[in-house]
Write a protein that binds this ligand. Sequence first.
Ligand SMILES: Cc1cc2nc3c(=O)[nH]c(=O)nc-3n(C[C@H](O)[C@H](O)[C@H](O)COP(=O)(O)O)c2cc1C
Length: 206
Amino acid sequence: MSELLKVVRERRSANKFMEGIEVPKKELDSIFEDLTSAPSAFNLQHANYYVVKDPEVKEAVYEAAFKQYKVRSASAVIIVAGDKSAYQNAESIYEGSKLLGIIDEKEFHSMVDIIYELYEGWGDSFQHDEAIRNASLSAMLFMLLAKERGWDTCPMIYFDQEKIKEILNISDREIPAIMITIGKSDPDSVKLRGSRKATNEFVKYF
Ligand SMILES: Cc1cc2nc3c(=O)[nH]c(=O)nc-3n(C[C@H](O)[C@H](O)[C@H](O)COP(=O)(O)O)c2cc1C
């Protein structure tokens, strides 16, 4: 079995983390380094990560996540936020591609124009969807990269978005799309994987 398949099959949403386990910053940094390969619409890199390791801040996040115990026992809690205004970074991102010779001046202007037209033309709801969409894809890759390094995770949506924004000083341009708890899963808490639909129930070929 390939390494990737092993990681995909072995990743589970942790029910309970073992207490008192520290996730080294070096380990998280190395995951974030690989995470830079994640895809994003127009390469706009909408996802921002807020990593909580400090016990006091973690306690406040635990309260904002309606006291879900796994937040308290996790080695770290991470908020993946999607930036609704990521399109406004188009110039600086594409400037980099121009300097690297990947695109020329004409392509630079055309890409920047297309991006602004799309995001401003399609407006708030598109910017909102894009923030969630791109942050979610990034979060999935984060969880796989963590698992590959022996760390368990749980994606979570049951939290008070406004409280989380306040605690972590997240701007109104960003949407806390998903919370990821990370740590070492308590082996006694692992249950069988919940039943899954058969592929013919969720795949349609045309
Ligand atoms: C978007 C999303 C939100 C979730 N929110 C929570 C949550 O708030 N609390 C929780 O304990 N698990 C949460 N989960 C984990 C799911 O319950 C879990 O992925 C599902 O039961 C399948 O189990 P598995 O990931 O172990 O295969 C969430 C998962 C996803 C993808």
